[in-house]
Design a protein around this ligand. Structure first.
Ligand SMILES: O=C1O[C@H](COP(=O)(O)O)[C@@H](O)[C@H](O)[C@H]1O
Length: 169
């Protein structure tokens, strides 16, 4: 689990049964493509059994709360700046085999799923994130949007920053 999320989860009491972890392809016996398919199938079962809602606005699964971290390049989940996966519009879960940050093989929710969440908490820690936090929350919107700037849930988006991550605001 990313550092920021781990620290946040240590502060709150959520029943383990209510937390859906993304499977780690590195621990999966099959390739990332199969892991992504399996995970999407798992989500579809949860929707069928009425455990997971579908957003009336988007038609994609709607989580109550999604906890996201952010990389120093502004990536969220495994959606990296400049990578075509950022523009995926159909799939719920997809895979990447050439991640710029190790491990190269990953699976990830797509933006339609992320942005169908009722609420999103972004947990960001460390001085290494300060520049991108400043860029993301600052006034300069001239360049291409970073993935973190594309996070837009149906409800509330809350940024949790430690002092180091917030040091350039
Ligand atoms: O690679 C990743 O890193 C980011 C940031 O992780 P952290 O340990 O520095 O908080 C994480 O949010 C993202 O999910 C993951 O793909």
């Amino acid at each position: 689990m990313p550092v920021g999320l781990h620290r946040l989860m240590m502060q709150i009491q959520v029943p383990r049964i209510s937390i859906l972890h993304v499977v780690d392809p590195a621990e999966h016996s099959r390739v990332s493509e199969a892991a992504a398919d399996d995970y999407e199938t798992c989500l579809r079962h949860l929707v069928k059994s009425k455990i997971l809602d579908i957003s009336k606005e988007s038609g994609f699964p709607k989580f109550d709360v999604m906890l996201l971290g952010m990389g120093p390049d502004g990536h969220v989940a495994s959606l990296f700046p400049g990578h075509p996966l950022v523009h995926e519009k159909e799939k719920w879960v997809t895979f990447i085999k050439d991640s710029p940050k190790p491990p190269p093989n990953r699976i990830t929710f797509t933006f339609p799923v992320i942005n169908s969440s009722a609420n999103i908490a972004l947990a960001i820690v460390g001085a290494g994130k300060a520049d991108v936090v400043h860029k993301s929350l600052g006034d300069d919107k001239s360049s291409d949007l970073l993935p973190v700037q594309m996070v837009s849930p149906e409800g509330e988006l809350v940024w949790f920053l430690d002092k180091d991550a917030a040091s350039k605001l």
